[in-house]
Ligand binder design. Structure first.
Ligand code: IVH
Length: 669
């Protein structure tokens, strides 16, 4: 049972906020994910039933928001300075000596903190509530990215105490989250992000906070503006107590020897952290002494960055491998003489594209400089010694099927256009279709797919559905039992499939499991989607798809192209003939975009009233016949009666048209 009074609701907001803190700041949750979800559900329900209770700092507010077209500028009273860099112990010693000299020979206490390789941010709290999140900009003038910052886990929207506070810190993405996200992008045929830092920076400057919400970001705060305590580390302890995340690795040093020891202690720890650290920041701890030292035009005199040496090595380039992806992208992979870079052996490095190969003028036998700095995937920076061998040229034909390669418009990637005819793509497509996050066909992994394709048993994904144990008998690794198991697993997957799952499993470029959902919800089945496509011109169909929330022109065109491809049509016809045309289940979600909302539908709409009603209910909304103070929206079609409009005005009910209803229905909850 959710909160029944406003006070109980506010207490629940605080309770969930506290659990967020335990989870994201302290990494010590007190309750299970399931229990947490239950509390969130209660919050949403209470806010649905009592919209006036809802407070801006409610944890439910981490999602939502319309895109912000241009970030407003904010001028800050205290500029966000950047730091001067040092790269050696000598340079660090020079900083130390300057500080001591500036303090008339006194050695102050220094703080030593990891320098997080992310995106600098300022947070302003008023009476304990987050009122502003701003980028550094030029230091003095930043951009107001509050809506996006609220999507960052760990950034408290309300502090434990109602204090006014300005803090600064870094927004970052963890290395493992980054790798997972890039893997997913690779699977979807999307361009890969370069490194966690760029991704975090790009994400915070995204125009659409709903997009930001999908990017797993964290924050670590490292400066309190307007001292609350005489010392810096104490001020960080203070904001930690208020519920803000700070680094667990901050230490202090009282002498030069301690400072050097602190720096050395980081040599091996650097790689163990879940996020990228590109150095250390050494600061004078005492705020009064900082004031005495002052700043130059650009940097404070009381702090310095000590940058870790970049991790670069040279090795020999043994060759170039062409990798044909599932969607036909042909990418170069450098094969290297195995070499050790910061704890891992590297024998392959992906080159971003063929332009890079040409720019570096790479050839077999070259010595190349390899870097594993911010990047998780090692990168070839330059050629240090050119061999006498031939230079690599951009391939013109697909290494798998021999088709002429094309360059996709506006992209540097090379593409094999032979979508279904190309063995490498076909193999990749079948593997992808069967994989766990797609159709989830148990026992149908890479090796088995290869075996089935090579034996001529399977040529495309539709062929899976006519496989019999007799087909498999006699194949290596297919004793009686496992043949029966595979056939059963395919039947199970077919029975369990939903349209959205099938759609994403088909591997249309740019359409992953997330975007497959709204498309599936709109059309219901693959046959309905295909019929809609067949009944329209490409332009009209693309326009229809673009009306779905989250679907832009590139995606719509990619869907249209896929459905009209003659090879694809053949495979889809076969799938239909084999009864693979699952429906999209109608889920009445507890947290749909209209959960807790009551709508009255009136006047003439373009779709039958019953259909509109069903869609509202699927989105979690309630449909009622008469306008009252409980009504959230009056959906007014053509020739809406005056009485309904007057009732809406009387009760302060928002009147929307069909297009606005459509937007609500497809919005994220
Ligand atoms: S203190 C005036 N502390 O590094 C002091 N900065 O190169 C300003 N950074 O702009 C910053 N970790 O974005 C500080 N523990 C840390 C840091 C840190 C990362 C970033 C920050 C700053 C940049 C300077």
């Amino acid at each position: 049972m959710g909160p029944q009074t406003n006070d109980a609701y506010l207490a629940l907001v605080d309770e969930v906020t506290e659990h967020d803190r335990r989870y994201y700041v302290d990494a010590a949750p007190l309750i299970s994910d399931g229990e947490y979800d239950a509390l969130m559900r209660q919050l949403r329900e209470a806010e649905g039933a009592h919209p006036t209770w809802t407070v801006a700092w409610s944890p439910t507010k981490r999602v939502g928001h319309e895109p912000v077209s241009d970030f407003p500028k904010v001028t800050r009273p205290v500029a966000m300075l950047s730091l001067d860099n040092t790269y050696s112990e000598e340079e660090l010693r020079a900083f130390f000596d300057r500080v001591v000299k500036g303090l008339d020979g006194d050695v102050p206490t220094f703080s030593v903190e990891p320098k997080i390789d992310g995106f600098g941010i300022e947070l302003v709290y008023k009476a304990g509530v987050l009122t502003l999140g701003a980028t550094r900009g030029d230091g003095r003038i930043g951009e107001d990215v509050t809506a996006n910052v609220k999507m960052v886990r760990g950034v408290a929207m309300k502090l434990r105490q109602p204090v006014d506070l300005t803090v600064r810190g870094e927004i970052y993405m963890r290395k493992d989250d980054f790798a997972r996200m890039n893997e997913e992008r690779g699977r979807l045929g999307e361009e890969l992000f370069k490194n966690p830092r760029n991704t975090a920076a790009g994400s915070i400057k995204q125009q659409d906070p709903r997009e930001v919400a999908k990017r797993p970001m964290h924050a670590i705060l490292y400066e309190v503006v307007g001292p609350t305590t005489p010392g810096h580390l104490a001020s960080l302890a203070y904001i930690k107590a208020l519920g803000l995340p700070i680094s667990a690795h901050n230490t202090h040093a009282q002498t030069w020897e301690e400072l050097v020891a602190a720096v050395h202690s980081w040599q091996d720890r650097r790689d163990a952290l879940p996020y990228e650290v590109d150095g250390l920041v050494v600061k004078v701890d005492d705020f009064a002494l900082r004031g005495a030292l002052g700043t130059t035009a650009k940097f404070p005199r009381w702090a310095i960055a000590y940058k870790f040496p970049a991790r670069q090595v040279t090795t020999t380039l043994l060759g170039l491998e062409l990798n044909v992806g599932r969607t036909g992208t042909v990418t170069p992979v450098a094969i290297l003489e195995p070499v050790e870079v910061s704890g891992t052996t590297v024998s392959r490095a992906s080159l971003h594209n063929w332009d890079q190969v040409a720019r570096l003028a790479l050839g077999t036998g070259d010595r190349v400089l390899l870097q594993k700095a911010g990047e998780i995937i090692p990168e070839i920076l330059s050629v240090t010694e050119t061999s006498s061998g031939d230079r690599f040229t951009t391939p013109t034909v697909c290494p798998s099927c021999g088709a002429a390669l094309a360059r996709e418009e506006g992209r540097v990637a090379l593409l094999c256009p032979n979508r279904i005819g190309c063995p490498a793509q076909r193999l990749g497509a079948i593997e992808f279709f069967a994989s766990r996050h797609q159709m989830n066909i148990d026992g149908l992994g890479e090796k088995v797919v290869l075996q089935l394709v090579e034996a001529g048993k399977v040529g495309d994904v539709a062929d899976l559905f006519t496989l019999t144990t007799a087909d498999l008998a006699g194949l290596e690794r297919f004793a009686e039992l496992s043949a029966a198991n595979l056939v059963a697993a395919i039947a199970t997957a077919k029975a369990a499939a939903t349209f959205s799952r099938l759609l994403s499993a088909l591997g249309i470029s740019n359409v992953g499991s997330v975007l497959a959902k709204p498309i599936a919800a709109k059309y219901g089945t693959l046959s309905a989607l295909r019929a809609a496509c067949a009944a329209k011109t490409p332009e009209d169909f693309v326009e229809e798809l673009c009306a779905i929330d989250g679907i832009g022109e590139t995606i719509a065109e990619s869907v249209d192209r896929f459905l009209r491809d003659e090879h694809v049509v053949g495979v889809l016809d076969k799938l239909a003939a084999r009864g693979v045309d699952p429906a999209e289940p109608v889920v009445v979600t507890a947290d749909g975009p209209l959960t807790g909302k009551t709508l009255v539908v009136t006047g003439t709409l373009t779709a039958p009233r019953a259909d509109v009603q069903k869609r509202i209910e699927q989105a979690g909304g309630k449909v009622s016949g008469s306008v009252s103070k409980k009504t959230t929206y009056l959906v007014a079609g053509a020739d809406t009666g005056k009485a309904k409009l007057e009732a809406a005005a009387k009760h302060g009910v928002t009147v929307i048209d069909e297009a606005e209803l459509d937007a609500l229905l497809t919005a994220a909850p």
